[in-house]
Design a protein around this ligand. Structure first.
Ligand code: ADP
Ligand code: MG
Length: 282
């Protein structure tokens, strides 16, 4: 039987935008010592807009860089792809046909365009950095037959409720950690803006899971909040897995709790609720 106070809290939670799929996880929310957050789509809105782009090959016009990326990104659902496609459409560019479009997990995308191999990749895929990353930017490189043809810089926005969520959690002595596949510069800037305790950048999908395990081995009771398919293994491994409602179905299916309104502040509410419920039971 479910203790009345827990049943009551669960329906109260529903009103606060929390879908409790696993009641044990809800009860365990009071034990959380570390809260790990994915960045894109979780602490940020997950909508990238192109802020600048340019060629790194004197024979290639700047806009041609964007047009090449456009050809590939039509075949991707990554938020970076959506931002590039939107910009290319706004500029009235026409995309070349891309064949054999393949995702490079955690790194980018590659395809054949006009018989040439074209890729859009993260900076960590290159040995050298021909273009400096500015604060808060997500930068990708466009490569043609293995040579770097140009770059595209994008920016996303932090969700307005993220800062308060972090502040409330810290008030509960909970350590907050940012985990992202994005670059160091943007990870540092988001984590600093929100006053988070720690960040890990350029984390590959399988490494998200490994980070959860290593925190658990260090004695932390870990909750993870994420939205992507690439967050699902980490959500499953965490002591409390929390999915963002606007995210992928895979994340929601894997998680113990879903943030129905995609509001990171509801994570803080979850912790406060869990503690209040437990206090009433003893
Ligand atoms: P995250 O969602 O945390 O950014 P991902 O694993 O989805 O992590 O992506 C990591 C990085 O790989 C991105 O920041 C980007 O640099 C690159 N990347 C992934 N997919 C694409 C894509 N379709 N187009 C361009 N870059 C991509
Ligand atoms: Mg994400």
């Amino acid at each position: 039987a479910v203790p009345l106070v827990v049943a009551k809290s669960t329906s109260m939670a529903a009103r606060q935008g929390l879908l409790i799929k696993n009641r044990t996880a809800f009860e365990n929310a009071r034990k959380i010592t570390t809260l790990v957050f994915d960045k894109t789509g979780t602490l940020t809105v997950g909508q990238f807009a192109v802020v600048r782009h340019g060629s790194l090959d004197k024979n290639l016009p700047d806009d041609e860089v964007l047009r090449l990326a456009y050809a590939l990104e039509q075949g991707s659902e990554h938020p970076i792809a959506t931002g590039i496609v939107q910009k290319a459409k706004e500029m009235g560019l026409t995309a070349e046909k891309a064949e054999n479009i393949t995702a490079i997990t955690g790194k980018g995308i590659t395809a054949t365009v006009n018989g040439r191999k074209v890729s859009v990749v993260s900076p960590n895929a290159l040995a050298e950095q021909p273009e400096a990353i500015r604060a808060g930017e997500t930068l990708v490189y466009v490569q043609q037959d293995g040579r770097t043809a140009g770059y595209i810089a994008l920016s996303d926005k932090v969700r307005p409720e993220s800062a308060e969520a972090i502040r409330i959690l810290q008030g509960q002595q909970i350590k907050t950690v940012l985990l992202t596949g994005d670059n160091q510069t943007v990870a540092e800037s988001v984590s600093r803006e929100l006053g988070m305790d720690q960040y890990f950048a350029e984390v590959l999908p399988h490494e998200k899971l490994e980070k959860i395990v290593s925190l658990q081995q260090a004695g932390e009771y870990v909750a993870m909040t994420g939205d992507g398919v690439n967050d699902a293994p980490a959500l499953a491994k965490a002591d409390v897995g929390i999915a963002v409602g606007s995210g992928s179905d895979v994340a929601a299916e894997t998680a113990d709790i879903v943030l129905v309104n995609s509001n990171p502040k509801d994570v803080a509410n979850l912790v406060l609720f869990g503690k209040a419920t437990y206090r009433k039971m003893i």
